[in-house]
Each structure stands twice: as C-alpha cells, then as structure tokens.
Design a protein around this ligand. Structure first.
Ligand SMILES: [Mg+2]
Length: 381
C-alpha cells in the first residue's frame, strides 16, 4: 500500500482536516490544527505531505520520526500540529487495513467507556448555575469553566470573590458526586494564582487548569504546593520533553492535545511518561470530530486516563458543530456523560466527505479575541 494523495480542508467553525488517500482505496482522516492559525498549519501539512506521498502508510512510527525530526528544525505548535493530524490519519488507515479500532492496535481496551466533561460559562463566565443544571440534566458528571474573563495582574478582592462565587454556584448545582474543573487559561500570574487557589480549595474542584503560561513553568512548583487542588496543564505543550518540567513540578494531570502534541503516537508516550510520575491524562480537545475520535481511541487504551474534554455546544462552535461532519452521530452520543467504546476500524467514525468539501469552499478565518486591560495594555485571553 502506498500513500497517493494528501488533501486539507479548512472547515468552520475553526478547524482544519486532512485526508490521506492510498492506492488501495483506504482513506484516513486527521485534524491538524492550531486554533487561530489554521492556514499556517495547512501550509505545514502541504510541505510535510511531500515526504509521505509514495510511502507505505503503515510505517507510522518511522514517518513520525521523519516528519518530526527530518527537517532539522522541530517542534512548536505549527509543525507539531501538522504532524499530529497526519499521524491521526495514518492510524486511521492502519486500523482499516488491519480491520481493527485504533485502541486494539494500541494494546486493546483497558476500559469500556470514557468519561467526558462539558464546558459552561464561555470566555467570560457570569451566572453559571443554569448552564451547569442543563449539563447535569443531559447526564454529564463533570463540567469545566473558566475561572474568569480578564484578570488584573494582581486581582482585587472583588475579582477573587467573583471567581470563588462562580465556582461555588457550580458546586452547589453539581452536589458532591459530580465534578467541576476550573481553567485559568494562563490569564493570571503566579502571585495571583497563589492568592486565589487556597480560597477555592474548600470547593474541591477536580483540577485547576493552566494556572500559568508555559513560559512560567519555573514557578509551577510553587503553584502546585500553594493549595491541595490538583494542577493540570499541557494544551500548549507539544511533545514529551516539554511535559517533563511540569511533571517534575508535581502537576497531577497532563493535558496534551491530540491535534497539537504529535498525534496518537506522541500522546501515548506523554501518557506513559506521566504514569511514571503518578499523573493522569486528560486530553485537551475543544476541536472537531476527528480530534475527539483520536482522543477517545487513546483513552480506551491508556490506563492512567482521567477524563476527556469535548466540544459539543462549546462557546467557539457558532457556525458549525462537531456532528456536522460525520455520517453517523451515534459514536458521539454521550450516555451518562460517557463515550461508549468505538469498535469500528480505524478512528471509529465515518467522516462526511461531502459536508467537509462543501464547508471548505466557505472556509473560515477564525481568530481568538485580543483582550486589553482598562488602561489599554494587552491582556492574556
Ligand atoms: Mg484550557
């Protein structure tokens, strides 16, 4: 079998898909994207496709090595995401060639279902109780919310009280048998987070996510030890070496993105690295159906998996949603807040190629908002 063609599709709301076609008629799909930089990743995929055309798609690890390291310059969000999407597509092809779901090729399932969480509150959360109640009603056992919108470099008591009050409102609706995670999105600095986290501890969130930007990893250990709240991070880390620092700092949860951190191949290795530190895997995935299917395949085969993010109804999905691009939505029908095992060959979903080609004709130019503080200076989003 040989790879004949690699195509890319820029599809709303903010995604990029790739399609890898072989001379035996097997087609694999991947989702190589950096949100807000999809066109740049598209160019990177087109460059990397030059290495793949004419090659045997089943040599996944060999191709991962060449695509990741063969250009001398390596890493970073754009190149790692391009490799990630192509890696997903090669695993999809391998599964179909061997007549097995990807999780079977990874050693077989270690669980029967995968717990997922839903987003509430959007970018700038206000009153969240009704949204949390709707997710509980829909059967979810966990939600995640932003700690707040813009945060002052050193938040005022009122800003801190707002963060505490919103989390308390969510906890009250959820009760003690469901979970809420809180995402700081790197919007606060270490000093701010060290002031806020102890005040949230009594509400026992599942974890506090991205309390610091990746470039402030030197301060992560202080954040880990400032409260008993488990610390999660990793959506802006792109390979196993970048997770070593956070794991040494004591993070409890790693959150590589299957579409950013080198795909199925590398996230499996990141999970294994995390396991040696007693840390858990909770892949980032505010993305489309292919990224979620790839995430689920890893989750079914990975012992130290905790919970999976998913984007159905997320605040970013305004023009299109995850189910718009699959022939059969059934694999993504959540039952009691879980994905059921996906046993179809490959990634376990059937991409609606017609819908993808149609959407690509419109494309998108999604960019994240650029925020400013009241004094006009730049604020982290
Ligand atoms: Mg996050």
């Amino acid at each position: 079998m040989k790879i004949e063609r690699v195509e890319t599709f820029l599809v709303p709301p903010r995604w990029l898909f790739c399609r890898v076609e072989t001379d035996e008629g097997i087609v694999g799909w991947g989702e190589p994207v950096v949100e807000g930089r999809a066109e740049v990743v598209r160019a990177a995929v087109e460059v990397l496709a030059g290495y793949l055309v004419g090659e045997d798609p089943l040599r996944i690890e060999h191709h991962w090595q060449v695509l990741t390291k063969g250009g001398f310059y390596r890493g970073g969000p754009v190149l790692s995401s391009a490799v990630a999407g192509l890696d997903q597509a090669l695993w999809d092809i391998a599964g179909q060639a061997y007549g097995a779901p990807v999780h079977a090729l990874l050693g077989g399932p270690v669980r029967d279902r995968v717990r997922v969480y839903s987003w509430v509150g959007g970018d700038e959360p206000g009153e969240v109780a009704a949204e949390v109640a709707a997710q509980v009603e829909a059967g979810f056992t966990a939600v995640k919310m932003n700690a707040g919108g813009r945060l002052s470099p050193l938040p005022t008591p009122a800003e801190i009280d707002d963060v505490v009050r919103r989390l308390a409102a969510a906890r009250e609706v959820l009760g003690d048998h469901r979970d809420v995670a809180v995402d700081f999105h790197g919007r606060a600095g270490a000093a701010a987070v060290r002031r806020i986290l102890p005040e949230l501890a009594a509400l026992r969130p599942l974890f506090a996510e991205e309390p610091l930007l990746p470039e402030q990893g030197h301060a992560l250990h202080d954040v880990v030890t400032c409260s008993p709240i488990p610390i999660a991070t990793g959506e802006r880390l792109y390979g196993r070496a970048e997770f070593l620092g956070p794991l040494r700092a004591g993070v409890a949860v790693v959150q590589p993105d299957l579409s950013h951190a080198g795909g199925i191949s590398e996230v499996r290795r990141i999970a294994a690295l995390a396991e040696t530190y007693g840390a858990l895997l909770a892949p980032h995935c505010p993305l489309g159906p292919i990224a979620l299917a790839a995430s689920a395949q890893v989750a079914f085969a990975t012992p130290n998996f905790l919970i999976q993010e998913q984007s159905v109804g997320i605040h970013y999905n305004e023009e299109a949603d995850l189910l718009d691009y699959v022939v059969d939505p059934e694999p993504f029908r959540f039952v009691d807040g879980h994905l059921r095992r996906m046993d179809a060959p490959g990634l376990g979903i059937t991409v609606d190629e017609e819908a993808v080609r149609r959407a690509d004709r419109t494309g998108h130019a999604w960019r994240n908002p650029v925020w400013h503080h009241d004094d006009g200076s730049f604020a982290e989003w």
